[in-house]
Write a protein that binds this ligand. Structure first.
Ligand code: ADP
Ligand code: MG
Length: 539
């Protein structure tokens, strides 16, 4: 009651607002639609999408994230789905299409339940229970694996590289990825720990994929600082310095105003003496190779060269850390304090021209805790694909070893888990049971989609696969090249348990977020178009 009969306007008159069922429907429809769009790209037989930009530029890809990123998406719920793909990509590097397809299916099934008059609170609750149960089941279905199971790890790397247009070289790349992992893996509290960042994957166009090389050490994309320095040093004693080998700072500290020419000369002499000193300090430590994160004065370069020391300047901080891990050198910030104890070692340091550029190789490190892989290939497209394939292989193995567990792909795990979830649902009863069953059915969108991609009757294959699982054959899934139900162990379709668990939980999470929204208000400031995730617009 505001005394007059005028309505109070909280929102501008032209604001659009959808509430309750309308809002929910709109969100579900948008999310389902976007997920349907990428669904046909799933698996090795997935189709490509051609994306045409506003300027007519064309991207052809079957990568879920790329498609979602390149597409101009309007609807906020559809944008939330795109975020799932991004998160999945960032966190585990694979399983993005799976996550998006699953999120869409969960929402589609939720729509069906809403139609039957089931409250969304019940659906959300059922989905949560199912997510937790699924994670448990995944781990139960998971097969044990460790760093020494080289053959199995290779199969995982190969599956991870599926669909990356480099079929003929997959074997070599997989082997390289495993060797690299073996170098950088270490034990912490009885667990194998792998930090994928310890493997630096550089690409350089030129040569062929077969020239791709694992360096037992690090490659630095820089040239040697001075032409008079050696181009090659054997039995390298390496100094890592993160301060400038210059005297700029003292110059300003001293604050002397020079008026007479004699003083000028004295000052210049003083300066060159200090520079010479810097070079001497390095030499006295016993170093014959220097990597400097900052600049190196010309005069210092000259003195280093005179002493037969190879130096490289302006090294990235991240490369300094890798050099330290590879060679065992300690990064020194005060050159005056550098000593033999700070130095690292490598059998060979040399400069080599790769493609168009010169690079410095630090090789034959004794026990490198960081290594480089340098990817080669004839065209930019090939190098890019090979790099992506290598990333996937490394991340796939790292994720596998993180849980020491892998599962059978090709839809096998989804069929297995769905079956157990249904059994579990009937033990719970009530309306929540319906939601858990819907969750189980949603998981089966993966084998169904794979069957469709093989051009087969999906229902028929799914029924056959289910009956295989009934008799305890948990490794049966969809053989996409022959369009039949088959043994995934035999076919070598194996995936990290972690990636699957992550894909399913992020799909469930976004589905829940979208289900909880009951009000879409289009009157936001243009900087905040997306509804806040899960933002208190509760039941
Ligand atoms: P995502 O972005 O989810 O990783 P992919 O296009 O890589 O999508 O497809 C992954 C799915 O394809 C997984 O379910 C995986 O088990 C399945 N898959 C991979 N290789 C094969 C194969 N050779 N046969 C059958 N299914 C496969
Ligand atoms: Mg994949």
């Amino acid at each position: 009651m505001n005394g007059t009969n005028q309505p109070i306007l909280v929102l501008p008159e032209d604001a659009l607002r959808q509430k309750g069922n309308d809002a929910q429907r709109a969100n579900i429809t948008a999310a389902v639609e976007i997920s349907e769009m990428v669904r046909s790209t799933l698996g090795p037989r997935g189709m490509d999408k051609m994306l045409v930009g506003s300027t007519g530029d064309i991207t052809i890809t079957n990568d879920g994230v790329t498609i979602l990123n390149e597409m101009e998406i309007q609807h906020p719920a559809a944008k939330m789905i795109r975020e799932v793909a991004k998160t999945q990509e960032q966190e585990v590097g694979d399983g993005t299409t799976t996550a998006v397809v699953l999120a869409g299916q969960l929402l589609k099934k939720a729509g069906g339940l809403l139609d039957q008059g089931i409250h969304r609170t019940t659906i959300v609750k059922g989905y949560r229970v199912a997510t937790t149960k699924t994670a448990e089941l995944m781990k139960e279905f998971g097969q044990k694996i460790s760093l020494s199971d080289t053959q199995e790890l290779k199969t995982i790397a190969l599956t991870a590289m599926t669909g990356k247009g480099i079929e003929s070289s997959k074997d070599e790349l997989a082997e390289i990825s495993i060797k690299a992992i073996n170098y950088i893996a270490h034990q912490e509290e009885g667990k194998t720990v792998i930090n994928p960042d310890d493997i630096q994957i550089e690409k350089k166009q030129g040569g062929s994929i077969a020239d791709t090389e694992l360096i037992k050490g690090i490659v630095v994309d820089k040239e040697i600082a001075h032409s008079a320095m050696p181009k090659e040093v054997k039995n390298a004693k390496i100094a890592l310095i993160n301060a400038a080998l210059e005297v700029k700072s003292t110059e300003t500290d001293a604050k002397i105003s020079i008026s007479d020419p004699e003083k000028m000369q004295a000052f210049a002499d003083q300066e060159s003496k200090m520079l010479k000193n810097l070079a001497e300090k390095v030499k006295d430590s016993g170093a014959n190779v220097v990597f400097c994160q900052k600049g190196i004065d010309d005069l210092v370069q000259y003195y280093l060269a005179k002493n037969g020391i190879l130096a490289v300047r302006r090294i990235k901080e991240s490369d300094m850390e890798k050099l330290s891990k590879a060679t065992g050198a300690r990064i020194v910030s005060n050159v005056k304090e550098i000593s033999e104890d700070d130095l690292g070692e490598a059998g060979l340091v040399h400069e080599k021209k790769i493609g168009e550029d010169k690079m410095v190789f630090v090789r034959e490190c004794k026990e490198p805790k960081a290594v480089s892989i340098i990817i080669r290939g004839g065209t930019e497209h090939v190098v890019d694909e090979a790099k992506r394939a290598m990333d996937d292989a490394v991340l796939g193995i790292a994720s596998t070893l993180e849980l020491s567990s892998f599962i059978y792909g090709g839809g096998a795990i989804e069929i297995g888990v769905a079956k157990k979830l249904r059994d579990y649902a009937s033990s719970i009863g009530g309306k929540e049971q319906l939601a858990i069953n819907a969750f189980a059915e949603s998981l089966e969108i993966i084998p169904r989609t794979l069957a469709e991609s093989a051009g087969k009757d999906a229902i028929e294959l799914l029924v056959t696969a289910r009956s295989r699982h009934e008799t305890g054959n948990n490794e049966y899934g969809i053989n996409v090249s022959e369009g039949k139900v088959d043994d995934m162990e035999k076919l070598g379709v194996v995936e990290p348990t972690k990636i699957k668990v992550q894909a399913i939980s992020s799909a469930a999470e976004v589905a829940e977020m979208i289900l909880r929204i009951d009000d879409i208000i289009t009157a936001g400031k243009s900087s905040a178009p997306t509804p806040p995730p899960g933002g208190g617009m509760g039941y």
